[in-house]
Design a protein around this ligand. Structure first.
Ligand code: GLA
Length: 409
């Protein structure tokens, strides 16, 4: 019965669109399509915490929590339902949502999320099935894109399972064309796990592309046998990809595991700080409805987020390496820099360092601010002294001393 209701709702939802059949969607130009995600997308995705356990009630609750927690105020925008919202196709090939879990249909969820001032994202797959074995988009790309546009979808994550030897460029190019033809601005998130080096071909096709296999809620892969990667593994795999990122086309080191699983407080901080340094999409993956204060304070650190969202859109690179201690630098707009001391070791790092030794700074004089303590900690003409915990960071922002502060402090 519920299933019939869901199908009925979907049909009713499409009636106005069908009535206007003659009035075709105005396709987006390539320029309009590209003019999205000029800073890394920020939001929440269901997969890391809920896997297939998704429902309209949960998604709407997450939208409420994104607003009430203040996450919306610091820039989080998309609520994305990952795999398992879909169960079937109807006789005409339209995708059908799970009637038990989405009794009011997908547009109802999108409308609710929009009513909160947020945006709605959805998931599909290049192949005839998704990674969880639900119906994929192969052969239905244009129809699915139309369904997304009519449902009010703002973001599509597009996976790479059951692809039947599909060529990745063709598969993602086809969906990009379908999205443009459907006429609604939809951010296109390519998820082929870095398997065909999307950083070499995906600029202009998608706005972000996964660079690795799936992230797990742990620091390093170690003896976990499920094939997922740890936070540190993923940082290393992204290290040399900085030349490929920029406004509208981002390397995606996968969704955040902040607040999930085995990660310690310091590891959660380092995970978030390094994603900001990497100019990564910030898609939180924890249960926003019940997050502890300490996790909330990490996810809403405005000064770290400002580094991620800087309009220059540069991804950090390693400037100085001293064994398992690294100094990452990210050029920011207005001649500022983010500098992150990253302690990968198992011991504390008793830092006593002259920042003038960082080649990129060219000996310039900067005011230094600690972005986790929210404190000015001196200038680059004096050594920076700090204790950085194992698997922790000291993340700083450097402002040329001659430039007056810009209301940050
Ligand atoms: C793949 C993706 C994940 C998630 C699952 C869903 O593994 O990489 O992020 O979307 O599929 O099945």
């Amino acid at each position: 019965m519920k299933r019939i209701l869901c199908i009925l709702t979907a049909v009713l939802m499409m009636l106005p669109a069908l009535a206007q059949k003659a009035e075709k969607a105005t396709p987006l130009t390539q320029e309009e399509f590209l003019n999205q995600a000029l800073t890394p997308p920020m939001g929440w995705n269901s997969w890391n915490c809920f896997h297939c356990n998704v429902s309209e009630e949960m998604l709407m609750g997450m939208a409420d929590a994104m607003v009430s927690s203040g996450m919306k105020d610091v820039g989080y925008e998309y609520i994305v339902v990952d795999d398992c919202w879909q169960v079937d196709r109807d006789a005409d090939g339209w995708i059908v949502c799970d009637p038990e879990r989405f009794p009011h249909g997908i547009k109802h969820v999108a409308d609710y999320i929009h009513s909160k001032g947020l945006k709605f994202g959805i998931y599909s797959c290049v192949g005839d099935k998704t990674c969880a074995g639900r119906p994929g988009s192969q052969g239905h790309e244009f129809q699915d894109a139309l369904f997304y546009a009519r449902s009010g979808v703002d973001y599509l994550k597009y996976d790479f399972c059951y692809k039947n030897r599909a060529n990745s460029w063709n598969a993602y190019h086809t969906m990009r064309e379908a999205l443009k033809a459907a006429g609604r601005p939809i951010v296109f998130s390519i998820c082929e796990w870095g398997s065909t080096k999307p950083w070499e071909w995906a600029e202009g096709i998608g706005h972000l592309w996964r660079t690795t296999g799936d992230i797990g809620e742990f620091w390093i892969k170690g003896d976990k046998k499920d094939g997922r990667l740890g936070v540190l593994d993923i940082i290393d795999l992204n290290r040399d990809l900085y030349p490929f990122a920029g406004p509208g086309h981002w390397n995606d080191p996968d969704m955040l595991e902040v607040g999930n699983g085995d990660l310690t407080y310091d590891e959660n901080v380092a995970h978030f700080a390094m994603w900001c340094m990497l100019a990564a999409p910030l898609m939180s993956g924890n249960d926003l409805r019940s997050m502890p204060d300490e996790i909330h304070s990490i996810l809403t650190n405005k000064e770290a987020i400002a580094v991620d969202q800087d309009s220059l859109g540069v991804q950090a690179h390693v400037s100085v390496e001293m064994g398992d201690k690294q100094i990452w630098v990210k050029k920011l707009s207005g001649d500022e820099w983010a500098v992150c001391f990253f302690n990968r070791s198992e011991k504390e790092w008793n830092l006593n360092y002259n920042m003038m030794d960082i080649p990129e700074l060219e000996g310039g004089l900067y005011d230094v601010r600690d972005l986790w303590e929210h404190k000015d900690i001196g200038k680059t003409d004096r050594n920076v002294i700090a204790t950085i915990p194992s698997h922790g960071v000291l993340m700083t922002r450097l402002t040329p001393t001659t430039v007056k502060s810009k209301g940050r402090r």
